[in-house]
Design a protein around this ligand. Structure first.
Ligand code: ATP
Length: 645
């Protein structure tokens, strides 16, 4: 093994632009460590293990994937345990959320960071397999002194990415050894095994998450098509792509010779854009047919063997009888599978006097949904909306419950009807219910369980029947645990809980945008249309403000546009007006930039798409502007995942 000193010297040489015999991914990662994360090779740092509470949070988020992938992980571990490998599954931030290893070496493994809770993000740990894999989105071997930090140069680590069904990198699978043969080629088999297991976990994830969709598996060869296909995608009842494995993304992109596309842009496209197939042909590809009957042609002329799995429950979309939603509810979704399923359940409860609790980030349309539920009722009556966070605490009681004449100094002489009574026979919408003071929660509970309200200072209660819809962007369960929300009220409210997806996860983004534009057109009398560049920038944005942010962005853009065409320039600055991005940070070493522009923030891909939009979608122009070659730009675009490490 090389000495720490010569290792440090080598990194310094490479950082100064010196030639290196190491693999390109290693050199690129070293340069990121020096130039982007400002790590110093001379400052060795031992592995970092996140605190237990943090680890619990990371594990909770990865729970579903770990459950789905468990048998694949165990099979892989059994294959390599003899050679003293340990297995780590890390999340997209590099934190190890699952670990399998020989407990005899627990102490050594923990010290080396090959353990549950260790964080292997590149900006913290320097060049390492998990971190380099998160950044590049590709399988990688980081062998011994390929590591940046000299405290890790004894390890050999092999990692492969696991993508979620929308094409985002969600986890990294890694197998590592404390000691290994000197030759890096010794890890080729490890690389193959890890990549194959990651592929299988992606397939299992796709199948388990798309129970009411068709799943189509594709391979160049008929062998193992059913269990280990090269590619897999899920399709709804209209033949639109609802999910993909990473191989599925590659197959779709290749079928259309697409290079500058991200996985998310392919979701929602019709399968007949890519293959000579119709949704009605899918049963033909179910297991049992002869190989030659399972050949499927891609639009670029290449051929695949195909095998389909029918939906466990009836597929969505017009091909099957889609449950008809009452008018008001049907305007809230344009084909997003989660929204459709949720609205179908909501519509069954809308007419009953059961409280409904709506969860969702700010601006996801909680009040819109509440109003739609109200309007879909047979005799809706009044709709009274109250934002519990907006009324000063000392006024909430009298506002909600009203008061009797002379209840307190300064009270109106004839008393006042509270908002609860005002909603009698209709719907009371309590927004931000988590902000309701504890003392009032018990009184609200009484309204719900006894059907009566007692105004402040009144001796008698009055009967009141209403539909209660409450909403919160906070986790009420957590507020209960912290003693800030009454448990009894919580259980009364949460029986029918619905969560609105954030805009960035909705699959009907384009249709939703068009609908909003149509509404703006009706209001303003124009007919605004999005240019391709503006559409790309909108798709690339993260939308922290959700539907509210989108609606406002479109209104502003329509007002600023020259005529009816909305160009990217008319969009608000944070959504990616060309030129709004910060200039590239100059690299220390005179090497081509090893990472896409914007990669130091969490929205690297978004920035790149904005750059591309600014170049009119022309990859060559963008490559010239960034000083890299076209294939580098294609690779960055193909990676299709926002950067995290
Ligand atoms: N279905 C929809 N169609 C069109 N626009 C919508 C829709 N839902 C929400 N919006 C837009 O988003 C804005 C916010 O919606 P709403 O007030 O329902 O969200 P919210 O989740 O209740 O927000 P908050 O958490 O801030 O109270 C609306 O004013 C409207 O501009």
């Amino acid at each position: 093994m090389v000495s720490a000193l010569s290792h440090i010297r080598e990194i310094e040489r490479v950082a100064m632009g010196g030639a290196s015999g190491r693999d390109m991914p290693v050199v690129q990662s070293w340069l990121r460590c020096v130039n982007d994360y400002r790590l110093d090779p001379a400052q060795a740092q031992e592995a970092y293990i996140v605190p237990q509470t943090k680890l619990r949070e990371h594990r909770e988020q990865a729970e579903e994937l770990i459950r789905i992938g468990r048998s694949g992980l165990e099979t892989l571990f059994n294959q390599v345990a003899e050679q003293k490998y340990v297995l780590l599954l890390s999340d997209a931030r590099g934190v190890t959320v699952e670990f399998m290893g020989d407990p005899t070496f627990d102490n050594q493994l923990r010290k080396a960071g090959l353990y549950l809770g260790s964080e292997w993000s590149e900006n913290r740990a320097g060049t390492c397999a998990v971190g380099a894999c998160i950044v590049s989105g590709k399988p990688v071997v980081i062998h011994q002194d390929d590591h940046f930090d000299s405290s890790h140069i004894g390890l050999t680590c092999t990692a492969a990415p696991i993508y979620d069904t929308l094409g985002d990198l969600t986890a990294v699978l890694d197998i590592s050894q404390l000691r290994s043969p000197t030759a890096k080629a010794s890890q080729q088999l490890a690389l193959h095994l890890v990549a194959a297991t990651a592929r299988r976990i992606e397939l299992a994830n796709l199948i388990s998450r798309t129970r009411n969709d068709w799943v189509l598996r594709l391979s160049r060869l008929p062998d193992f098509l059913d269990v280990d296909p090269d590619a897999a995608l899920s399709l709804d009842g209209t033949g639109r792509v609802t999910g993909i494995t990473h191989g599925g993304f590659n197959a779709l992109a290749r079928a259309m010779n697409l290079t500058a596309f991200t996985a998310r842009e392919l979701i929602g496209e019709r399968i007949d854009r890519f293959f000579e197939i119709d949704i009605n042909d899918l049963p033909r590809y179910m297991r049992g047919g002869a190989d030659r009957e399972r050949v499927l042609r891609a639009r670029d002329g290449s051929a695949f063997f195909a095998s389909s799995i029918a939906p466990v429950v009836a597929p969505r979309g017009p091909a099957t009888a889609r449950p008809r939603l009452p008018g008001a509810l049907s305007t809230l979704s344009f084909g997003d599978p989660r929204m459709e399923a949720m609205l179908a359940r909501v519509s069954r409860l809308a007419g009953l006097d059961i409280p409904i609790l709506i969860h969702g980030e700010t601006g996801t349309g909680k009040e819109y949904l509440a109003r739609a539920i109200h309007e879909s009722r047979e005799r809706p009556g009044p709709f009274v909306a109250v934002n519990c966070a907006a009324i000063p605490e000392h006024l909430i009681e009298s506002e909600l419950f009203g008061y009797a004449p002379g209840a307190f100094t300064g009270a109106a002489p004839r008393g006042k009807t509270g908002l609860i009574e005002a909603a009698a026979g209709g719907t009371l919408f309590l927004d931000e219910i988590g902000d309701m003071p504890l003392s009032l929660q018990s009184r609200l509970l009484r309204v719900l369980s006894e059907g009566e309200v007692q105004p402040v200072g009144a001796l008698k209660t009055r009967p009141v029947r209403l539909k209660l819809i409450s909403a919160s962007h906070r986790d009420l369960g957590r507020l209960v645990a912290e003693g800030r929300f009454r448990e009894d009220l919580y259980y009364r409210l949460n029986a029918a809980t619905f969560t609105l997806p954030p805009l960035r996860e909705r699959l009907d983004f384009d249709a939703l945008t068009e609908r909003m534009l149509a509404r703006i057109a009706a209001e303003t009398g124009g007919s605004p249309r999005l240019s391709p560049g503006a559409r790309m920038a909108l798709r690339a944005h993260h939308w922290p403000g959700n539907l509210r942010e989108l609606h406002n962005a479109l209104k502003v853009a329509a007002a600023l546009a020259d005529g009816d065409r909305i160009d990217a320039e008319a969009l608000p600055e944070q959504i990616g007006r060309p030129g709004a991005r910060q200039p590239l940070r100059p690299a220390l070493a005179p090497m081509p930039p090893a990472t896409p522009p914007g990669s130091t923030d969490a929205a690297g891909e978004g920035d790149l798409l904005q750059e591309l939009a600014a170049c009119g979608g022309n990859v060559s122009a963008l490559a010239r502007r960034l000083g890299v070659n076209r294939s580098t730009v294609h690779r960055w675009l193909k990676r299709g995942t926002p950067r995290t490490g």
